[in-house]
Design a protein around this ligand. Structure first.
Ligand code: ADP
Ligand code: MG
Length: 703
């Protein structure tokens, strides 16, 4: 038996929590910190010095030797450059470790090799990192020892965001400001801010380390590039919520413990649909902390897997033919005095506010469906969205039967006089009943679903940062709130005006509501009729970032400048091209050096057998037939391999940018498929003893 875990004791053990600050800081300094945490602004350098010292003392007591400004460059993962606390020894040669307020607040990593999409060239910008005081510092234990990690934003010297955190923080300010205008209209004078909350459900696969290490595709690409289906897939539906196996259970336990120590509220864990697939969900929290914590979760998942003789695959599609992994991004808005704007509430007044918020969100999602789709795209997610699995690439909103009915009545008659489930609803008179999420009626195919008191954005990829989706959500909803508030603040008869506005928005944007089966072909043609965008791939989504509509939106709320958006476009094209190039080169390597040689050996032994059997006076029909079939596939594979080499070389020679990215998508990916097909067919024929790679069955069923 492992030692019993005392969750209350270990929770937050490795985090410099507000509680620890309170304990260790002079009252006045703590007050100053709290003021900045809650209401923004900057800490004075004197106060920062005091905080830095307290933070360092705490970290050193816990064994830390280094600190790092932990940031989230546009690569989608996190970056850190470690500095030790070591200072000049004093006259006696004694070391007193140091950490100043300046070092805490601002860092200057040599940022030249992070992607900046031309921003650095344009603005001659070196990068600096700035402490995000609202996200607590934490200790990371790894091979390098214990490091104090300070969550930071990463900007150029002229202020352009070079990371995913800065725009997110800007979007949180925008939504807070605009949402406050809405709640003020309904008489809430006490709320000081509105906070976007996020709870991401993280899916992942686990495979055995030994098998992982035998597959270059897993090592280099994070997914299998070859692999025939296992005899059993997920068709028996026996893995979802199934009993958690011993080894996996042990991993989950270690992972939880690690996360709890880091202040991550790991809450639920279960097996997912595909064999070897699992999920972990924390309790929701403020968007920027949720984003940081999700990065911590992804890092911890990988680290703990290594310690357990496993490897964690966060890729959106590690195995063809079974479910891929996503990240359901649960999102809601709440005031700092405890009102969830997505909760219908108990009074008619709250109900109308809820309906206005809902109408604004529908308007936002309909107006910017393309941007929302883009925010959830990454290279791996192309295997999910719009491919053969959930959710579809078309954005639509699921409201549930009850709420959809309310919307319908409002659109048709201007009042919702009745309410399904017996309650009477007349906006302004009675109240909306609790819109409890109904477990039986939940539409799993919807990319954007209302689930009781939050929206669940289900498109996000498992390996991706959740910063972009939440930045986009905050931005588009801030815009809709702003436009509504502009009108309503001027209204003479507020009741009338709000009623008319809700009706207008719902009527105009009801096309985005869809409660049916999102996977069906009928939906694809229905969506086309409704004029909803169906953006099939990451590269096709890129240019949605710089449409006039998008630039207007992001500039209006100071979330992205046009230059920042253009730089992101550039980086996305580059990332796509580089990723596919690595996959193509990995396939070429595996096919040339491992698979084809094995097949050739197999044909050799078959040929020997054919001759030997013939000499023994028997007709080797079966052996000869197998030899013919294998040789045919071998030839097909060899041709496909040559073609892939040519096309990949051609793509690599192209200048970076849109055209190159599209060439990878349209031509190189096709050539990769053409190589995979005969090789997967060969895997079904060739002797398992000879096949050089662990099979799907080996990897998914023997963890
Ligand atoms: P599911 O049934 O889809 O697994 P859960 O109810 O378990 O949904 O919640 C999934 C995630 O949603 C969790 O991370 C949870 O903390 C989060 N969540 C719950 N309420 C809210 C809310 N109001 N805002 C944001 N996230 C929320
Ligand atoms: Mg969910």
């Amino acid at each position: 038996m492992k030692e019993v875990v005392n969750v209350e004791k270990i929770f937050g053990e490795n985090v410099f929590t507000p509680g620890k600050m309170k304990e260790r800081l002079p009252k006045s300094v703590y007050k100053a910190v709290k003021q900045v945490m809650d209401h923004g602004g900057e800490l004075s350098l004197e106060d920062a010095d005091v905080v830095a010292k307290a933070m360092k003392d705490w970290a050193v007591e816990k064994g830390a030797t280094h600190y790092t400004h932990w940031f989230q460059p546009l690569t989608g993962i996190t970056a850190e450059k470690h500095d030790s606390f070591v200072a000049h020894p004093d006259e006696d040669g004694k070391m007193l470790m140091e950490f100043s307020g300046k070092e805490l607040i601002k860092g200057e990593p040599d940022a030249s090799s992070f992607p900046s999409g031309g921003l650095r060239a344009t603005f001659e910008a070196r990068g600096y990192t700035a402490w995000d005081i609202t996200s607590p510092a934490f200790l990371k234990e790894s091979g390098t020892g214990v490091t104090l990690c300070i969550p930071t934003a990463f900007c150029s010297y002229t202020g352009e965001a070079l990371d995913k955190k800065t725009p997110l923080l800007r979007s949180m300010e925008a939504i807070s400001e605009q949402a406050l205008r809405i709640v003020r209209l309904f008489g809430n004078t006490t709320a000081k801010k509105v906070v976007a909350s996020v709870g991401p459900e993280q899916e992942y696969f686990l495979v055995d380390k030994e098998k992982y290490l035998q597959r270059k595709d897993l090592i280099f690409a994070g997914r299998t590039l070859f692999g025939a289906p296992a005899p059993k897939g997920q068709e028996m539906e026996d893995h979802y919520f199934g009993v958690i196996r011993e080894r996996i259970g042990s991993y989950m336990r270690d992972l939880n413990e690690e996360l709890w120590k880091l202040g991550v509220t790991a809450k639920t864990q279960h097996n997912e649909v595909a064999p070897a697939q699992h999920e972990l969900a924390p309790i929701y929290e403020t968007a920027n902390i949720a984003v940081d914590h999700n990065q911590i979760v992804m890092e911890a998942m990988k680290r703990v897997a290594i310690r357990n003789g496993l490897r964690c695959l966060l890729h959106e599609k590690p195995f063809a033919g079974v479910n891929g992994s996503g990240k359901h991004n649960n999102w809601s808005l709440g005031t700092d005095n405890g009102i969830n704007l997505l909760d219908p509430g108990e009074t008619p007044n709250e109900n109308i506010q809820f309906l206005l918020v809902l109408a604004c969100i529908l308007k936002a999602v309909d107006t910017h469906a393309d941007l929302l789709r883009q925010s959830a795209s990454d290279v791996g997610n192309d295997h999910r969205l719009g491919a053969n699995e959930a959710p579809p690439a078309i954005i639509s909103v699921f409201l549930g039967e009850q709420l959809e009915d309310v919307v319908k009545q409002l659109v048709e008659t201007g009042i919702a006089a009745t309410c399904k489930e017996g309650g009477i609803l007349e906006t302004g008179v009675s109240t909306l009943p609790d819109l409890e999420k109904d477990a039986t009626d939940r539409n799993r195919t919807s990319p954007f679903a209302f689930t009781g008191n939050k929206f669940e954005f289900r498109m996000v990829g498992s390996a991706d940062s959740i910063a972009s989706p939440n930045t986009t959500l905050n931005a588009i909803v801030a815009e809709a709130f702003c436009e509504a508030a502009d009108e309503l603040e001027q209204a003479e008869d507020f009741e009338r005006a709000v009623h008319d506005l809700i009706k207008e928005y719902l009527t105009k944007h009801q096309r985005i509501i869809f409660n049916g089966n999102g996977y069906s072909d009928e939906w694809v043609s229905e969506a086309r009729k409704r004029g909803l965008p169906n953006i099939k791939s990451m590269v096709e989504a890129v240019e949605t970032l710089t449409t006039d509509k998008a630039v207007r939106l992001f500039e209006k709320f100071g979330i992205f400048t046009r230059a920042e958006l253009e730089s992101r476009e550039e980086i996305l094209y580059e990332t796509y091209a580089k990723t596919i190039n690595i996959e193509a080169l990995t396939m070429i390597d595996m096919a040339s050096k491992q698979i084809l040689p094995a097949v050739i050996r197999y044909t050799g032994s078959l040929a020997d057998t054919v001759i030997a059997v013939k000499e023994a006076g028997v007709q080797p029909h079966v052996q000869a037939e197998l030899l013919r079939e294998t040789s045919r596939l071998l030839e097909e594979a060899k041709q496909a391999l040559e073609k892939l080499k040519v096309e990949d070389a051609r793509a690599m020679a192209m200048p970076e940018g849109k055209e190159q990215a599209f060439y990878y998508k349209d031509v190189v990916k096709e050539a990769m498929e053409a190589l995979r097909t005969p090789i997967d067919a060969l895997e079904m024929i060739v002797d398992k003893e000879i096949w050089p790679l662990p099979s799907y069955a080996d990897m998914m069923f023997e963890v």
